[in-house]
Design a protein. Structure first.
Ligand code: PGA
Length: 255
């Protein structure tokens, strides 16, 4: 097996941070620092920032994504945004199933699957998040949890469509806590997710799918994490809001 089968992806998840003006300033700061990146670089930003973010990123190697999308094409879903709407304004990526959506907004494996389906149907690239809670890791059921999340999220997704799916393994206990999974833990769980993909779609698909790690990844620990065979980049929260830190992670993934 050859890691060169996969190109690493570093994606920022800005969460509920940055006004449009602040978004443009941050993107202008990031752009020159990542100009020679040898990996794909994405910034997933709040809905209201998407338009100006795409404008600011135009002509650079920074791609822009959203942080969620609804499964319906349109309709009476007050406050929601459809995948078709994102596609219509030129958005390329969308995060789906982030643990904060699961924890605070009632997202389930089933609604994650519906959103994945809608995103793929509308030609978006999906960053699908899976990951266990602290008690689940302590209880020794991490593999069981990520297997189920991955399988349900990918129900009715074909092998060809997998080319538009990135999986982000994000242990919930490591998100925004300063606690990072060790490189061994990240590699092991990412490997378990790759095994599920192999069971569902075969070895070729498993070798090709990009599986990121996310959870307090930063300029100091990125090198060790992305050096692992099964860690194909990262989904970065806090550190993606600081251009030099984000750029250092991009550099680590470019080696
Ligand atoms: P963090 O967030 O890097 O701040 O831990 C990661 C994420 O939630 O995607």
């Amino acid at each position: 097996m050859d890691k060169k089968l996969r190109r690493a992806v570093i994606a920022g998840n800005w969460k509920m941070n940055k006004t449009p003006d602040e978004a443009v300033a941050l993107i202008n700061e990031i752009k020159p620092l990542i100009a020679d990146a040898d990996c794909d670089v994405v910034a997933c930003v709040p809905y209201v920032d998407l338009f100006v973010a795409m404008e600011a990123a135009r002509g650079s190697n920074l791609k822009i994504g959203a942080e969620n999308c609804h499964w319906a094409e349109k309709g009476a879903f007050t406050g929601e945004i459809s995948a078709a709407m994102l596609k219509a304004i030129g958005v390329e990526y969308v995060i789906i199933g982030h643990s904060e959506r699961r924890q605070y907004f009632g997202e389930t494996d089933e609604t994650v699957n519906q959103r994945v389906r809608a995103a793929l149907d509308n030609g978006l690239k999906v960053i699908l998040c899976v990951g266990e809670l602290k008690d689940e890791r302590l209880g020794g059921i991490t593999e069981e949890i990520v297997r189920k999340q991955t399988k349900v999220a990918l129900a009715n997704v074909t092998e060809a469509e997998l080319a538009n799916i990135i999986i982000a393994y994000e242990p919930v206990w490591a998100i925004g806590t300063g606690l990072t999974a060790t490189a061994e833990q990240a590699d092991e769980t990412n490997g378990q997710i790759r095994k599920v993909i192999c069971e569902l779609y075969g070895k070729d698909a498993a070798d090709k799918i990009v599986i990121q790690y996310g959870g307090s990844m930063n300029a100091g620990n990125a090198d060790e994490l992305v050096a692992r065979y099964n860690v194909d980049g990262g989904l970065i929260g806090g550190a993606s809001l600081k251009a030099p830190d984000f750029a250092a992670i991009v550099k680590a993934a470019s080696k």
